[in-house]
Design a protein. Structure first.
Length: 316
C-alpha cells in the first residue's frame, strides 16, 4: 500500500497547457530532494485549451499526479478550494501553474516552516510582471487591505507552504466567496514571509483583467468586511453635521434680513448630491443583501465533472 503523502501541492490551472509538463517535471525534481512522499493536484478550471488532456496524460504516467476537472470556470480561488479539500499531506503547497512561481523555491519555504512556522508565504521581491500590472496590483492590495482590515502585500499571492491545521480551519470557513490570500491572513497562526525568485511568464498572459480584479475585490470586501457600510454611515454623519451648520447659518441670516431669494443652483445641487448619496447607500446595502441571498441558497462553490487518480474516500 502506498504511504500517505507528506506534502501536497495544489495548482489551479487555466490557460497554461504549455507549462504543465515542465512544471510537473520540475516539481518532481524539487520535491524529490525532501525524500518524502508527495502528491501533485492539478485543478482544471475549465481551461479553454487542452490543459485537461495534458493533466490526464500526466496522471496516467504517474499515480502521484491527481487531476480534477471542474464543470465550468468557477474562478481561481474556487479551484484552489477544490484541491485543498482533497489533500492528504501534512504540509500543503499552493502555487500558480504558469511557472512564475518556481517549484525549486518549495524547498526554501519548507525549510523555513521547519523552524516552527505554520504559514510560510513567498514574497516576490522582484516581480517579473509588466509595470502596469504591478501598479494596478499594488493599488488593489492597498485598497483591499484597508477595506478588509487585513494586512495585504502586493508581493505576496497564493504561493506558500501551509500546515494542514491551517488548511483545515480555512476549509471550515463556509463563506460562499473564496479569496485564498485573505482567508490565510484572517485565520492567523504563526506566519512569516520569505523572499523568493520570481520568473517572467513565458507562455500566454494573465487571465486577470482590471474588470476581473475589480469584481474580485468587491466580492472579497463584501465577504470579509462591513467597512463600506461604516464608511457610508460616517460620510452620512458628516453630511448631516455640515447640513446642520448650514441650516444654523441660514437661520441667522434670515433673522438678520440678509436672505432675499434662495439660489436655484444651490437647491438643485443639494438635491442631486443627496439623491446620489441615497442611491449609493441603497446600492451598498443591496450588494450585502445579494451576498446574503447567495449564501442562503447554499449552492456548491464548485462542481467536479471528471477526475483522474482521485482517492475514492475524497471523491464526491
Amino acid at each position: 500500500m502506498k504511504s500517505k503523502p507528506y506534502i501536497s501541492v495544489v495548482i489551479p490551472v487555466y490557460k497554461c497547457e504549455k507549462c504543465l509538463v515542465e512544471l510537473c517535471k520540475r516539481l518532481k525534481q524539487a520535491l524529490g530532494k525532501l525524500n518524502k512522499e508527495f502528491e501533485i493536484i492539478f485543478i482544471n478550471d475549465a481551461s479553454p485549451d487542452n490543459a485537461w488532456q495534458v493533466i490526464t496524460e500526466l496522471g496516467e504516467k504517474d499515480k502521484r499526479v491527481t487531476g480534477i476537472c471542474l464543470s465550468r470556470n468557477f474562478g481561481q480561488h474556487y479551484a484552489i478550494a477544490a484541491g485543498l479539500e482533497r489533500v492528504s499531506g501534512e504540509w500543503i503547497v499552493v502555487m500558480d501553474c504558469d511557472l512564475q512561481d518556481q517549484p525549486e523555491e518549495i524547498i526554501n519555504l519548507h525549510q523555513k516552516a521547519m523552524e516552527g512556522y505554520d504559514i510560510v508565504l513567498a514574497q516576490r521581491i522582484n516581480r517579473k510582471d509588466i509595470w502596469f500590472k504591478k501598479i494596478i496590483s499594488k493599488i488593489f492590495y492597498k485598497v483591499l487591505g484597508y477595506l478588509t482590515k487585513t494586512k495585504q502585500d502586493s508581493k505576496v499571492a497564493n504561493f506558500g507552504v501551509f500546515n494542514k491545521k491551517v488548511i483545515q480551519v480555512i476549509l471550515n470557513m463556509k463563506d460562499s466567496i473564496r479569496y485564498f490570500p485573505t482567508m490565510v491572513r484572517w485565520v492567523g497562526f504563526k506566519t512569516i514571509q520569505i523572499s523568493v525568485s520570481h520568473a517572467p511568464r513565458e507562455n500566454g498572459s494573465s487571465s486577470y483583467t482590471i474588470r476581473m480584479m475589480l469584481k474580485l475585490g468587491i466580492n472579497t470586501v463584501l465577504s470579509f468586511s462591513e467597512k463600506p457600510l461604516v464608511l457610508v454611515a460616517i460620510f452620512g454623519l458628516i453630511i448631516s453635521a455640515f447640513s446642520f451648520i448650514i441650516g444654523i447659518v441660514y437661520i441667522i441670516k434670515y433673522f438678520l434680513g440678509d436672505i432675499e431669494v434662495l439660489g436655484f443652483a444651490t437647491i438643485i445641487i443639494s438635491i442631486s448630491f443627496l439623491s446620489g448619496m441615497i442611491i449609493l447607500v441603497l446600492g451598498i446595502i443591496g450588494l450585502y443583501i445579494g451576498k446574503i441571498f447567495e449564501n442562503v441558497k447554499n449552492r456548491p462553490t464548485y462542481i467536479i465533472s471528471e477526475s483522474i487518480n482521485l482517492k475514492k474516500e475524497n471523491n464526491e
